[in-house]
Design a protein around this ligand. Structure first.
Ligand code: GTP
Ligand code: MG
Length: 299
């Protein structure tokens, strides 16, 4: 009989509540991109945390929300699959803004009959005089016999030690399912594309973040004479006017996207990066199942 606890934790919740930030913070590494705009995450992202007493295998998921859009429906089905496959559900709630889709997330997490841990995130944003309201919210979200509620901050790390301990308690005793040095299942190339998409998400506005997909065409590791990564990637948008917006007047916007993406890639890869970006119109890609598949957003 093993002493270690190990199992799958589905991180679910409404868009923008801080699911991906929480995952990165728990792992101490960036495996998921984050942005202040909703619907940033489009995949089910695996993040593995191995500690002396076991292994927490997280799935970060796209924010649960209602949408007619094909891409969004694919995203939501990934979140539902994670809920169905997990050993324990970690429902993340924003301490300040509940948002329209809060009830959808609540109903979906209620519907699965599994241990449920609620993390009320962003408590660093709650002013002193808001503490009573926060405590009221904490009481109202208590899942009773299914689990418990924690006040946390993915930004400051507040409450995460206690949250982790509770997650371990809900997992079955079993041998580690992944080798201890596993961090994520995403190929490096996919992560690199995601970091370029993060820069687009953060630096553009209106419909552009939602009309963007990124593919990586070249990914060359450093070697003796070339002490940097050489990466070339394409930013796909759906319409000609969107391409103009991404490039910007005299290329200013694309330059800023390139700079931001390069800096986060250099931090992540711990090495200098030469990044070449192209912008291409792939007409209405988010409406075509085949394109969604090609860009990795559908099975
Ligand atoms: N102040 C504060 N901001 C936070 C915290 N956690 C996340 N954020 C911010 O909230 C925004 C959304 O964070 P994400 O991690 O991208 O949220 P998400 O739930 O993964 O969003 P989707 O993938 O779109 O569903 C970002 O601007 C984060 O910096 C926190 O604990 N405190
Ligand atoms: Mg996310």
């Amino acid at each position: 009989m093993t002493n270690s606890k190990c199992g799958f934790v589905a991180i679910v919740g409404a868009p923008s509540v801080g699911k991906s930030t929480l995952l990165n913070r728990l792992l101490g590494e960036k495996v998921a991109i984050t942005a202040s705009k909703p619907q940033t995450t489009r995949h089910r992202i695996l993040g593995v945390l191995t500690e002396p007493h076991g292994q927490l295998i997280f799935w970060d998921t796209p924010g649960l929300h209602l949408s007619e859009r094909l891409l969004n429906q694919e995203m939501i089905s990934l979140s539902k699959a994670a809920l169905a496959d997990a050993d324990v559900v970690l429902w993340v709630v924003d301490a300040i803004k509940r948002g329209l889709d809060h009830h959808l997330a609540r109903d979906m997490t209620k519907a699965v009959n599994k241990p449920l841990i609620v993390a009320i995130n962003k408590v660093d944003k709650v002013p002193k005089e808001g503490q009573a309201l926060l405590d009221q919210l904490t009481k109202s979200l208590n899942p009773g016999s299914r689990g418990s509620v924690f006040q946390v901050s993915a930004k400051s790390g507040h409450g995460l030690y206690e949250l982790k301990n509770e997650l371990y308690k809900s997992l079955p005793p079993q041998e580690l399912l992944y080798p201890p040095d596993t961090l994520t299942d995403q190929p490096l190339r996919v992560l690199v594309g995601e970091m370029v998409r993060e820069a687009v998400f953060r630096l553009t506005s209106q419909e552009i973040p939602y009309a963007t997909a990124v593919t990586v065409e070249e990914f060359n590791e450093p070697f003796d004479k070339n002490p940097f990564y050489f990466i070339s990637a394409t930013i796909h948008v759906e319409k000609e006017n969107q391409k103009k917006m991404v490039i910007g007047h005299t290329g200013k916007s694309l330059k800023a996207i390139g700079q931001t993406a390069r800096l986060s890639l250099e931090k992540f890869l711990d090495c200098r990066v030469f990044l070449r970006l192209f912008v291409r119109v792939t007409k209405d890609w988010s409406k075509h199942p085949q394109k969604l598949q090609e860009f990795g957003y559908a099975e």
